[in-house]
Ligand binder design. Structure first.
Ligand code: PCA
Length: 189
């Protein structure tokens, strides 16, 4: 079997939450799904640095795909993200104390970039696994969007494809359902 690498990331806790199910779900995934070997990375909730760390890992591993996972506290479904936008704007600071109010991520970049993985198919596959899912057209304007946009920009035109999936809080969707959703999403890649 042709083995390929999937680079997959979750985030540290941030804001008022003491846990972040995105890393807990990623950490609980098997190391092998189908013909994909998973390389897992825990990322800091910091503008720029999260993307730099994952870019460095991708340059070293040359994965077939990068799947980033983050927490979307207000949502009640798993939401693959269709698009990253070129803006940082949030009422809370990142974990390094940096705040941003409507600044571009990359002054020379396009306003938005579409995900290069089949997000619609991933959404359907999560639903088929019995977990609520909805395709999203906004990953927000905080660190998750910063990571998605920056990776899409850096790997644009390359054979490294990129997607982002937001999962709800654990009190909204159990960790085992989030894990099931990620396995289904990966199956659709
Ligand atoms: N969610 C945040 C950043 C880290 C995370 O898990 C977001 O949606 O931007």
């Amino acid at each position: 079997m042709d083995r390929k690498t999937l680079l997959i990331s979750g985030f540290e806790p941030f804001g008022t939450e003491s846990r972040n199910p995105s890393w807990e779900a990623v950490d609980a995934l098997p190391d092998q799904i189908g013909d994909l070997t998973l390389e897992k990375r825990l990322l800091p909730v910091e503008y720029g640095r999260a993307a730099d760390l994952l870019t460095a890992a991708a340059n070293e591993l040359r994965p077939a795909a990068i799947l980033c996972v983050g927490l979307a506290a207000g949502r009640d479904a798993v939401t693959p993200e269709a698009i990253g936008v070129n803006v940082r704007d949030a009422s809370i600071s990142d974990n390094a104390g940096r705040s941003a109010e409507g600044e571009p991520i990359d002054p020379d970049g396009p306003a938005a970039i579409f995900s290069t993985l089949p997000v619609r198919k991933m959404t359907e596959s999560i639903r088929a696994a019995g977990v609520p899912a909805k395709l999203s057209y906004t990953a927000g304007t905080y660190v998750c969007n910063d990571l998605l946009y920056t990776l899409l920009r850096r790997f644009s035109g390359s054979d490294v494809r990129v997607a982002f999936v937001h999962i709800p809080l654990e009190r909204t969707l159990s960790l085992s359902e989030s894990i099931r959703a990620l396995i289904a999403a990966i199956g659709a890649i």
